[in-house]
Design a protein around this ligand. Structure first.
Ligand code: FE
Ligand code: FE
Ligand code: FE
Length: 168
């Protein structure tokens, strides 16, 4: 027999909003650490720029909570904790190595992909739930994550070819 519950898509939307709100706050704390660890100036600058964007993303999420009439509260996201812990492990284990920045970039991309997944879902649900004012806020966050992901890919390619050499 199927289990019935009174939970709805509205509850799932709120839960997922709390998940990404928690995640963004963890990311806000992790980005300055990545900036400190990065060897390249572009890497450092990129992580710090995204830290500032993340602050704005948190504010947009607070506006979404306001639209729902709910207090802005995070819910522990073990996925982002794991991704960030993996990044810290790479930072430790590859300290002083020429592969360090490649490792930091790969960790940062795992973070961005988690965020992209969450925002894609939240936008689809906000549309289904007719939360019209929430959609542009979530889309603005998604656009920044996608742009960051692209920048990280370029950074990875540049650090793989430090002398501007292109792979044959
Ligand atoms: Fe973010
Ligand atoms: Fe999560
Ligand atoms: Fe991000």
């Amino acid at each position: 027999m199927a289990t019935t519950t009174t939970k709805t898509l509205d509850d799932l939307f709120l839960d997922t909003l709390k998940d990404i709100y928690f995640a963004e706050k963890q990311i806000l704390k992790a980005l300055p650490k990545l900036a400190r660890a990065a060897q390249s100036e572009e890497g450092k600058a990129g992580f710090l720029q995204h830290r500032d964007e993340t602050q704005g993303q948190i504010e947009r999420l607070e506006q979404v909570f306001e639209i729902l009439g709910k207090p802005a509260r995070g819910k522990t996201c073990e996925a982002i904790q794991g991704i960030i812990a993996e990044g810290e492990e790479i930072t430790e284990e590859f300290k002083g190595s020429p592969a360090l920045d490649a490792g930091l970039i790969s960790s940062a991309q795992a973070v961005e992909h988690y965020e992209i997944a969450r925002y894609g879902t939240l936008i689809a649900w906000a549309n289904q739930l007719s939360l019209k004012d929430a959609v542009p806020l979530l889309q603005a966050n998604l656009a920044e994550e996608v742009a960051t992901d692209k920048k990280l890919t370029q950074l990875a390619q540049a650090s793989a070819n430090p002398k501007g050499k292109r792979a044959a």
